[in-house]
Design a protein. Structure first.
Lengths: 237, 237
């Protein structure tokens, strides 16, 4: 691994949902194909909105360690009746739940990650479970060197043991790891653990009709428009 | 993932040291380059021979969870004086210990794995730690979909939780996972957990001067000469 100076990271740890893949557009398209009558964008946002509270139940110990695949399915089962889809059968629910393994990468993601991988150890650090992330990578062609997950550490982000855990896995100092994410709260928690941080703008994360502010905090090590821009800023060929 | 019939596995979980990479030849070459006067083949075998007893100390609870990188270094520090190399300095020891991240693949491995990956979810299941396996894959170009390790499960093979853990990670039945290994004891333990098994012949695992019997047990699901032969037997293009 080339190391140009002390401040160059060795390991890039990437958040995935929203940062690398477009969960909103992908879920919306699959819902719209199955249930043309409902508000697919609202369904996608509601499904995703259930995610933080579900993980909070795990963090609080109310639920034992539970994979995102299972949490997503619990949320889905709650949502379907609210959207008039209570009649959906078991096989269709299981199939729909796997949409999270089929999320489409943002247009810059595959090329950007391939360039980043040419200079850095490129891994995920996602709350998505290992199997989900591996199926997604295979489906979308995401060129990870290594899939690390909350499941690897038995804790969900923003638990410090996830961020520090990446450094421990690779036997490096926390400052040699850079978290790459489109969410400032994730980056803040990583910085508190000594990691470098790269903010990625994803204004359409919640849909083109619901643009997200993408200012990013001045304390981030880098601010990039997308993953190809990050590759430029990190000097990747 | 294509599935031709009920008995076709979905997941191939590969042992790594000896099965995919030639630890004996790689360690021997690095030792010979550093210390031309010693018996490099004997050094390589002695280093590897320390591995099972070291893991046994972890399994017995005598040591807490300890990564192979650390166990290898403990063994190295014991071996060096025995081979007249007690004077080796700290930086050289650390550098030599990383030889396990630089092990060369067997000549068939990269091409064989790439073919296997075209039809199966291809992961490691090694006692090597995650960081070691990721560095090795990057160095040698091993095309894993996912790196799973004893470290993922906090237990060393042959603990049943490692074999069953692969099935749990991918939410499949144990019979949909095939362990690929050059060691019958590893395959036996996997079969006891319901996994399919593929024996890979590696007669030169301990050196060309110390050929290993490669008969394999008739109970194995498949017996293959090497990883390209396994790709043939599994119908991979």
């Amino acid at each position: 691994m080339p190391r140009t100076d002390a401040s160059t990271p060795r390991i890039l740890a990437c958040d995935v949902f929203g940062t690398v893949v477009d969960w909103h557009g992908s879920v919306m398209r699959e819902i719209a194909a199955r249930a043309p009558a409902i508000d697919a964008a609202a369904f996608a946002r509601a499904w995703r909105a259930g995610y933080q509270p579900a993980m909070a139940r795990v963090r609080a110990g109310e639920l034992g360690w539970t994979r995102i695949d299972v949490l997503n399915r619990m949320i889905l089962d709650t949502l379907l009746p609210e959207f008039g889809l209570a009649a959906m059968d078991e096989a269709s629910r299981a199939e729909l739940n796997r949409v999270w393994q089929r999320l489409a990468p943002w247009p810059d993601a595959v090329a950007g990650l391939a360039r980043l991988r040419s200079r850095f150890m490129l891994c995920t650090l996602s709350n998505g479970n290992i199997g989900l992330l591996a199926e997604m990578a295979k489906h979308a062609g995401l060129p990870w060197d290594c899939i690390l997950s909350a499941e690897t550490f038995g804790r969900y982000k923003p638990d410090p043991r996830t961020y520090r855990g990446v450094a421990e896995i690779f036997d490096v100092e926390p400052g040699q790891v850079m978290l790459v994410a489109a969410h400032q709260d994730d980056l803040d928690a990583a910085r508190d653990c000594g990691l470098q941080t790269a903010y990625i703008e994803r204004p359409a994360e919640f849909g083109a009709d619901a643009p997200k502010p993408v200012v990013g905090d001045a304390a981030n090590t880098l601010h990039a428009r997308d993953l190809t821009d990050l590759a430029d800023r990190l000097g990747c060929p």
